[in-house]
Design a protein around this ligand. Structure first.
Ligand SMILES: [Zn+2]
Length: 64
């Protein structure tokens, strides 16, 4: 599966929760925007920017 296909196995509702619960060292809990999806050893990882300050943020998502 491609990273995008793995992401699409997650329900829309849960995708929203994941996108809105990303750690930014400036803003603490924030939303990730302009993200791209890559493979990771534990599943997938999103690389994007913080919605508030624009800093680079990442979110690892474990997928079995
Ligand atoms: Zn931020």
């Amino acid at each position: 599966m491609t990273p995008k296909e793995k992401w699409n196995t997650i329900e829309k509702e849960n995708q929203e929760k994941l996108l809105n619960n990303v750690w930014c060292s400036n803003c603490k809990c924030t939303k990730i925007i302009n993200y791209r999806i890559y493979n990771d050893s534990s599943g997938i990882v999103l690389h994007g920017n913080c919605d508030k300050c624009g800093k680079k943020v990442t979110r690892v998502i474990e997928i079995n």
